[in-house]
Design a protein around this ligand. Sequence first.
Ligand SMILES: [Zn+2]
Length: 411
Amino acid sequence: MPLRDSQLRTIHMHLCVPVVMAMLLAACGPAEERPGPAGDVISEDATGDSASDGAPQDSERSTARLQHVELGTFDSSAAGLTDPIAFDLPVGVTAMVIRVEGDPAGHYIIAALERDAGFSLIPKAWLAQTPLPDACVGPCANRIAAQPGAAAFLFPNTPLVDLRPGKHSLKIFAFDAARKPMKTSVSVSLDWVRPKDPPNGWRLPINICFTSAMGWTKATGPQQPRLTAALATAKKLFGQAGITLAPIRWFDVSKSGQYIATRTGPTSDLMKLFKSGAGLPIGVNVFLTERIIKKGALPGANVALGLAGGVPGVPNSVGHARDGVVLSLHIPTGQEDVLGYTLAHELGHYLGLFHSSEAKGASGGGAHDTLPDTAEHDQHNLMYWSVTSSATQLSHEQRQVLRRSPWLIAN
Ligand SMILES: [Zn+2]
């Protein structure tokens, strides 16, 4: 949806594009775009050193806390729907991420998720109630948002629903750039998380990916005072949830990722940037760019401070279509530097947090999250749609959501 000039003047300090779709999608940037034409560009130009330097090893991840389960490959019909996909949730699993991967031109979302006795985690009728399959906000206490190419969905992301053992049935809906049902095939897998709070807390591995924006590289970036300060801020904010950002590793990736103007489809700047992180060790790729711009916007206008590859991103996946978060290093004249706050906000999305409140737009909106302990339109919440240096707080329930992430490793 094109932005109006009048909007552009007011949004450059905001994290997310405050257009109607952004409110509906509750995601930061990429999801509100429609995919571009399919292509076959795959960039593998990461130049980072992937040698083990504290990188989490597989043995650390295959703990009793986390179990990855492949459900298989499933075809969607001309109506975009797969047949019901059955799985049995074992006793003791308290959180789950459903992962869907397929054609980069397709968008994927959950059409229905039910357990025995017909209890619905995602009501099967929700798609029939809306022309916009991009996200389920109203009918779904557990909010979900579609993503192109690869999508992930965290359950529960609110105390209003819980997981219980037993037989479950899942349906995926695939749609194209025009939001028309898409006949395709998708692979579906699950990450099961069992509660296991380690005595020394959690850590989240981070890969800082330099595109040479601002002239920063793997050699010079780690000494930049601005970046050092931003990382300290993000560490402090995540520390509220008992999560340490560590290890932090540094890599150079393709310089072609310095300006992000197109965001969906395999040939888009954003998808190429995400793919430039291929080969890096398991960690959240944080790409540093000059600006996030947009065709149709004012020339050179920075339209977002950051973008996340998903809410949540696909766990423990690196270098694929949606893997990572992106930060703009541009600071508009006269505005404060919120790089560290933006990093923490995007990591919050990437681990599964939606905005505590969405932007109010011309057509209303301002939807509030389904977490009952976040105040409405509270600009002090880290996940408020617009990030400032006052956005420092995470509620108890938000911290619980973060601590369910399959990304986390015991300290
Ligand atoms: Zn956001």
